[in-house]
Design a protein around this ligand. Structure first.
Ligand code: FMN
Length: 279
């Protein structure tokens, strides 16, 4: 979730297996004015508005990370397949190991969810990117959909190598004294603890209906959360808000918690757990 090479390196040095960049677009974007992020009782609400330096200015960050041999998943967003293809080719040339197509941001007009709710567009963008590149392609989808299975199917039909589920959940907080929404963009995306059951449900539904690798994300802060995502059908996970809750060494902590759970349950290989909740 962070675009600065230094902070991405710190995360990697604390036990993460790979880094997903912040979503990068064609042109630099400032994002929305403050307030853009607030902590609520059970999660974090944000509408940052996809701030990013633009693909041309992102090259050096990737090159710095490459020097440390950090596996990088380059996240990109665009408004149509042409933009996605341009971004994907550039990211590939910079040397990223895989691409994540963000079709699920809930608060960016003309991007994200506005694209990711249309099965035909999802298929077209995925297949165009896949045809123009040689690295694995993951499609990140939204929980704010009534047709999540159709969207995941479209990604598979477009030859995606995996689905990333989920992005943030559309949400709002109102200030009682001012009687207005707290975020400058009014509506934002909810992340952290509160959304874990939603992420688990989405991963479970995708696994139940489609034969594709799934990367689970949403509300993971402990080893037990990761195990739950694996049981639902994920074969890898991402951690975002968990870094805020438990610090940058959250990855080490979670890894140790997973190992001790596996020992106490006589599990030798975590892959034994993938999808076991499907009976
Ligand atoms: C401040 C903030 C910025 C985010 N930026 C991006 C982004 O640029 N691209 C993206 O695909 N997801 C973005 N996300 C969503 C996260 O990657 C993740 O899908 C979501 O927060 C749920 O996971 P979590 O509960 O572990 O945070 C962002 C989330 C937060 C809180």
């Amino acid at each position: 979730m962070d675009e600065d090479a230094g902070s991405m390196e710190r995360i990697f040095n604390n036990g993460a297996g790979a880094i997903v960049t912040k979503s990068i677009g064609l042109k630099p974007r400032d994002g929305y004015p403050n307030p853009t992020i607030i902590e609520l009782e059970h999660g974090i609400l944000n509408a940052v508005g996809l701030p990013n330096p633009g693909i041309e200015n992102f090259k050096d960050e990737i090159l710095t990370l490459k020097k440390s041999n950090i596996p990088i998943i380059g996240s990109i967003f665009g408004s149509d397949s042409k933009e996605f293809v341009t971004l994907a080719k550039k990211m590939q040339n910079y040397g990223v190991n895989a691409l994540e197509l963000n079709m699920s941001c809930p608060h960016a007009k003309g991007y994200g969810l506005e694209i990711g709710c249309d099965p035909d567009l999802v298929k077209e963008i995925t297949s165009q990117v896949k045809k123009s590149t040689k690295i694995p392609i993951f499609v990140k989808i939204s929980p704010n959909l009534s047709n999540i299975i159709d969207i995941a199917k479209s990604a598979k039909e477009g030859n995606a190598d995996g689905i990333v589920a989920i992005n943030t959940v559309k949400a709002m907080k109102i200030n009682l004294e001012l009687k207005i929404p707290v975020l400058s963009n009014k509506i934002g995306g909810y992340s952290g603890n509160a959304i874990k059951p939603i992420g688990i449900r989405c991963v479970y539904e995708i696994k139940e209906n489609i034969d594709i690798q799934i990367i689970g994300v949403g509300g993971i802060t402990t080893g037990n959360d990761v195990i739950e995502y694996f049981m639902a059908g994920a074969s890898a996970v991402q951690i975002g808000s968990g870094i805020y809750y438990r610090g940058v060494d959250v990855f080490k902590k979670i890894k140790n918690e997973i190992i001790s759970w596996m020992k106490s349950h006589n599990i030798d290989n975590i892959s034994e757990l993938i999808g076991v909740a499907h009976k």
